[in-house]
Design a protein around this ligand. Structure first.
Ligand code: CDP
Length: 219
């Protein structure tokens, strides 16, 4: 039977690296649910919709053609035939995504599409609400956390590596703002799912976190 491993947590808590490697080691497919919220945001922006205008975002989302397929061990999506990757990390998307992800109809669309991905096989899915909303019945739930300063530094180093020219304080501020929005929105806020194992990775190496998850899953 197909299994689903849910890995939730705030920005830059290490979810992506951990989820990708756990998926690879178990031979499961990796799914980045945040990419889909970013994808809806990107589609809205590139069609000229104001991301703060919920109806305009919904029109852009509904007018587009979304497709899901397996690529190199992950399930990815295309929108109107394009596969955005780097585009999803752009500043405009990063700044608008928490607003877009707070629109209930956007969440419904994304959640339904994510649930349908179970038909592809066993999954490791990372996000904010995978253990609470998308796959609440799975026995494999993890909540990755880390000190906000450590998370901001991790995100800052990632951005610098990607060639983005940003100040550490700005990254810290924007992360804090998104954390607050994600934790306080009325629909599916970021909370620890019941039954989830909480892992605080502040002073753990990536390998240690991966090992903790794999040990728990194999129990
Ligand atoms: O990489 P990072 O953790 O910063 O963000 P992400 O996982 O790409 O998610 C971007 C945004 O999408 C988050 O800040 C949330 O607002 C939203 N999101 C969500 O609401 N629910 C999810 N399951 C995943 C992402």
């Amino acid at each position: 039977m197909n299994k689903t491993i849910a890995i939730d947590g705030p920005s830059a808590s290490g979810k992506s690296s951990v989820s990708k490697q756990v998926a690879q080691q178990l031979g499961f497919l990796y799914v980045d649910s945040g990419a889909l919220y970013r994808g809806v945001t990107w589609q809205a922006i590139r069609t000229g919709a104001d991301p703060k205008n919920a109806q305009a975002v919904l029109d852009a989302m509904q007018d587009a053609n979304w497709d899901f397929f397996v690529q190199e061990g992950a399930i990815v999506f295309s929108v109107n035939g394009d596969i955005p990757v780097q585009e999803l990390r752009e500043k405009a998307v990063r700044e608008a995504v928490a607003d877009v992800a707070a629109i209930p109809e956007v969440r419904k669309f994304v959640v339904e599409n994510l649930q349908a991905l179970a038909a592809f096989g066993s999954l490791v899915m990372e996000g904010r609400d995978i253990g609470t909303v998308v796959f609440p019945d799975t026995s494999y739930k993890f909540y990755l956390d880390a000190d906000p300063k450590e998370r901001a530094m991790r995100r800052y180093r990632e951005l610098v590596k990607a060639g983005e020219n940003e100040k550490a304080e700005e990254v810290m501020e924007s992360l804090k703002k998104r954390d607050e929005m994600d934790a306080n929105r009325s629909v599916d806020p970021l909370v620890v799912a019941s039954g989830a194992q909480v892992i605080d990775s502040t002073s753990m190496s990536l390998e240690e976190v991966i090992k903790t998850v794999l040990t728990e899953v194999k129990k």
